[in-house]
Design a protein around this ligand. Structure first.
Ligand code: S2G
Ligand code: ZN
Length: 463
């Protein structure tokens, strides 16, 4: 816990309303969307400037207390959980858009700006910020960068990493770094910006970012296709990619659809039953494009790779079809799912799905499995629903026992045990399934360089 002298030091830096210690605030700001850890921070700091963030880190180094950087707290790996008396440093009051340049087609904002705000800002300037996911309405740009957030458009536009032209960070040593200055090209040595992207708040606190914006896609059109089995999904992907630059290729199982219809009253895309569904999106900006999509659909039907399908004819219908994918996470959250977020190379997906499905069928016989994810990126979200009659702890123990097998299989295919949700606390002890001992040694050395007193997010990512 923080002693009174330290608390008053922090109070002096932050001003009257800048430091909260009431139980409700500790509860709210001490956790993220992981439902596994009891929040127990000492206090919540709300800096308004980079200088205040720097001062907080300097005091933390002197007084030897730990800091948990905090954005929208929408993470699913416990990366923003403060359960050991840490000081949570929330960036939510650093929420200004600072600069926009039409020629550079870039926007510079503070870390606490909400993702959806950047999407909106881009649209108002006839541009497009292409990173999108279900939690974009509450996640913050700083947290998106710290976890290299992916989402539903990665197949065409890449992850958050690909959008970052510049960063301002305060390192664990309390030094302010301004990285890359929004340049498109800069061949002057190690690109330190890329160390902080995906570092989960363990090397520094991101305070500002310069993001690239792009031409808005025209007439995005969505197809939802019913497919007869896992393997067909990748053949459908290849057939459509032969003629179209897809901006999304997602999938979900019939059990996911069951809960969307039963619990959220969403409409089925069509009546033909199917075990799996693919959701594709493309820029329908010419008659030729639409013809190519219809031809690909026809070919897949004839080859028995698709059972049925629907194509949006309006933006309203496209949004309704997207809800079938985007609402899965929220819909099943009431069933306390045990979540895995796995990825392999696209070429390995069919074999991987086959093998994981076998493990799941054997080891999770008593549990309900919900499949969905960004399969066009090789990223699968394997969610196991907790039986109503089983205690959460017992259920999570059962699921964790299967982890070793699922992670060993992932490792055998050179895959990742955390495709986009990060490592945080949840996956920390499994890191060696996806990173070599040599890599982990280098990662520890980098951590020691930027945060020599180990005050930033200790216990996250690296044990
Ligand atoms: C998704 C959202 C978080 C979850 O829907 O793609 O990344 O529930 C997920 O897995
Ligand atoms: Zn996802």
């Amino acid at each position: 816990m923080l002693n009174p002298e330290t608390l008053s030091q922090l109070q002096n830096i932050l001003g009257a309303q800048g430091l909260l210690t009431d139980p409700a605030s500790l509860e709210t700001y001490g956790c993220d969307w992981t439902k596994t850890y009891e929040p127990a921070p000492s206090a919540i700091a709300f800096p308004k400037t980079t200088a205040q963030v720097q001062a907080l880190i300097q005091v933390a180094n002197q007084a030897q207390f730990n800091i948990v950087p905090s954005g929208g707290r929408t993470g699913l790996s416990g990366g923003a959980v403060a359960a050991q008396g840490e000081l949570v440093v929330s960036l939510e009051r650093m929420n200004k858009i600072l600069e926009f340049n039409t020629q550079d087609r870039s926007v510079t904002c503070e870390a606490g700006v909400i993702t959806a705000q950047i999407q909106q800002f881009a649209a108002e300037h006839d541009l497009f910020y292409p990173v999108d996911f279900a939690s974009a309405g509450s996640s913050q740009i700083g947290g998106n960068i710290a976890t290299n957030a992916g989402g539903i458009k990665v197949i065409r536009y890449g992850l958050t990493r690909q959008q970052v032209l510049g960063l301002e960070v305060v390192t664990g040593k309390g030094e302010i770094l301004k990285l890359n200055n929004g340049l498109v090209k800069n061949a002057t040595g190690y690109d330190l910006r890329h160390l902080f992207i995906g570092s989960e708040g363990t090397l520094g606190i991101i305070t500002q970012a310069t993001l690239q914006l792009i031409r808005p896609p025209q007439n995005l059109t969505v197809l939802v296709l019913g497919v007869p089995e896992f393997g067909a999904l990748m053949q459908v992907l290849m057939r459509f990619q032969a003629d179209l630059d897809l901006s999304a290729f997602e999938f979900f199982s019939d059990r996911a659809l069951h809960y969307l219809v039963q619990d959220k009253g969403l409409a089925k895309p069509f009546d033909t039953p199917a075990p799996y569904y693919a959701l594709l999106e493309f820029e329908n900006d010419s008659a030729g494009r639409e013809q190519a999509a219809l031809q690909a659909f026809q070919d897949c039907l004839e080859q028995g790779r698709v059972l049925d399908g629907v194509m949006s004819r309006s933006q309203t219908q496209a949004k309704a079809l997207w809800r079938l994918r985007e609402m899965i996470s929220e819909t099943i959250s009431v069933y306390t799912p045990y979540k895995n977020d796995l990825s392999v190379r696209v070429s390995q997906v069919a074999a991987f799905l086959q093998a994981v499905d076998q493990i799941v069928a054997e080891r999770y016989r008593a549990f309900e499995v919900i499949w969905y994810g960004h399969i066009g990126d090789g990223n699968l979200h394997l969610n196991i629903l907790k039986p109503a009659t089983m205690e959460k702890a017992e259920f999570f123990e059962h699921c964790a026992a299967v982890n070793e097998q699922v992670f060993a299989l992932t490792q055998s295919l050179g895959g990742s045990i955390s495709a986009e949700h990060g490592v945080g606390l949840l996956k920390r002890d499994y890191l060696s399934y996806s990173r070599s001992p040599e890599e982990i040694t280098y990662m520890r050395a980098i951590k020691a360089l930027f945060d020599p007193n180990q005050i930033l997010n200790p216990g996250k990512l690296l044990s």
